[in-house]
Design a protein around this ligand. Structure first.
Ligand code: MN
Length: 216
């Protein structure tokens, strides 16, 4: 069998303490999984988590800097705990950032249109190295700083759906496979990023995520 042209390389994430890499198959994301973030987005009824997706090759890894995307004037940061799924379920955990074109998302919400352009754009999923093993302590702090200033601070146990519940619910909707990543939602404090901004995101003792927004 030959391909008409060379297939794209498999996107992958580094694994802490290992030379092996995690091959990314799909990226699922949970929206409105922290009540205070749902409120800051204008949802004053009870928060109601749900899924959306990004392409696998949206990951930005190994300390690379994502480009400020086209077609937005309002790029936002959303720090998230990422579940990496292996052959036997949750295999490890990482710090990720669900970059969002907030202006396009607001327009999509208003017009009842899909979120793909606001969420699933190129380089929209920076992710640090995966820590293999058990879920971090649920009291762990999840935090994102921009140019050294704390913007988002929460605790993992502020989640409405726990990571276990997220996996169960995802399996009701998809045949979840090894290589799938699940971004588990963001705490309050989302806000804008500009070219040149230095982002540092941490969750307990997981490998930190650091990047600078690159000017286009
Ligand atoms: Mn998010």
């Amino acid at each position: 069998m030959t391909f008409l042209f060379p297939p794209a390389p498999t996107p992958s994430l580094p694994i802490e303490g290992s030379d092996a890499r995690f091959p990314v198959r799909r990226i699922f994301c949970v929206g409105q999984n922290y009540a205070a973030h749902a409120r800051e987005m204008g949802h004053h009824e009870r928060a109601d988590p749900f899924f959306f997706t990004k392409p696998a090759d949206a990951v930005v890894t190994d300390g690379a800097d994502p480009l400020y995307p086209t077609a937005t004037q309002d790029l936002h940061h959303e720090v998230e705990l990422v579940c990496a799924v292996g052959p036997d379920g949750a295999l490890g955990w990482a710090v990720g950032c669900d970059l969002t074109r907030r202006d396009l998302q607001a327009e999509a919400k208003q017009k009842g249109r899909p979120w793909d352009a606001s969420k699933g754009f190129d380089q929209s999923a920076p992710c640090a190295a995966i820590h293999l093993g058990a879920l971090p302590d649920p009291t762990a702090v999840i935090e994102l700083r921009v140019n050294g200033e704390a913007r988002q601070t929460g605790r993992l146990d502020d989640m409405l759906w726990s990571p276990d519940e997220i996996l169960t619910k995802a399996r009701e909707l998809w045949d979840i496979q090894p290589g799938d990543l699940i971004f588990t939602g963001t705490p309050e404090g989302v806000g804008p990023l500009a070219p040149g901004d230095r982002v540092e995101a941490t969750i307990g003792g997981l490998p930190a995520l650091r990047f600078t927004v690159a000017a286009r």
